[in-house]
Design a protein. Structure first.
Length: 277
């Protein structure tokens, strides 16, 4: 964040790697089912028999559609961009959204209608996020849609997030700069493994028991996250957008990874603020 623009990650960044971990696990399992018997041959029977090859061909034909599905799901997170940033330029009153297809959505702040979005239901409870609908001149036709980062079961919590972005665009950086304690160090390099692991734990921030019980799941997902990040490219904004987003020298409201504390704050906002004071 700075006096010119505020940039955030995409809606699914906090979950990045979970799908990749599942895909890689099932790919490894099916490959082992096909080629595993070859490694169990007795030393005097090192040459596979026709029966062994028949078994391999049968399982290969069965798993090809499964591999295609796993590959399609894997490409949702890996071999793409490390993240899909959203940038709010308060000077030009423009919003830029890096889309998964490689294009950049450009829309005026006043042409976007932000509202609560209904997500997947979890254990019978409705989950919510904040979505921005880019409207046409008639103010009714939706031309495109994007979502702000984060989702929650508590509507009040997601409204606080929306207020953060609204205050920046309408009141300026002075209204929120004290609430920015930590930034992802991903603007110019890939996310480090430890930072990715901590990011996954943010899903249950404030619930230590849940984090402990799901720690094996988070560890497995962190390996998928590492793979996804290492196979993806760092997004680069087009030159025309960077030209409109020049940061002033000695800007007092610059907040980036260079200002980060040694430890990523995982406690409530009031506790984090008292530590700094």
């Amino acid at each position: 964040m700075n006096s010119t623009y505020l940039e955030c990650v995409d809606r699914w960044f906090i979950y990045r790697g979970s799908m990749t971990a599942i895909c890689l696990l099932f790919i490894v399992l099916t490959v082992s089912m096909i080629f595993g018997p070859l490694f169990m041959l007795e030393p005097r029977h090192l040459i596979p028999t026709a029966s062994d090859f028949g078994w391999m061909m049968m399982w290969t034909s069965i798993t090809i559609p499964f591999w295609l599905l796993m590959g399609w799901m894997l490409l949702k997170e890996s071999f793409r961009q490390t993240h899909f940033p959203i940038r709010f330029n308060r000077r030009t009153r423009m919003v830029y959204v890096f889309k998964p297809n490689g294009t950049v959505l450009k829309a005026k702040w006043r042409d976007i209608f932000f509202t609560l979005g209904r997500c997947e239901r979890m254990a019978g409870v409705q989950n919510w996020d904040i979505r921005g609908h880019v409207l046409d001149k008639d103010r009714e036709t939706v031309l495109d849609t994007f979502a702000l980062p984060g989702d929650t079961l508590a509507v009040s919590q997601i409204k606080h997030e929306w207020e953060f972005f609204r205050r920046y665009m309408e009141d300026g950086p002075a209204a929120i700069h004290e609430d920015v304690f930590w930034c992802h160090d991903i603007a110019e390099r890939r996310e480090k493994y430890k930072a990715g692991l901590v990011t996954l734990f943010f899903e249950l921030n404030g619930q230590p028991v849940g984090q402990f019980l799901l720690s094996p799941v988070y560890f497995a997902a962190s390996l998928g996250r590492w793979f996804a990040m290492r196979t993806s490219k760092i997004p680069v904004w087009p030159e025309d957008i960077e030209t409109q987003c020049v940061i002033e020298q000695d800007d007092p409201y610059v907040r980036d990874a260079s200002n980060n504390p040694e430890k990523i704050p995982m406690e409530p906002l009031s506790v984090a603020r008292s530590r700094i004071e």
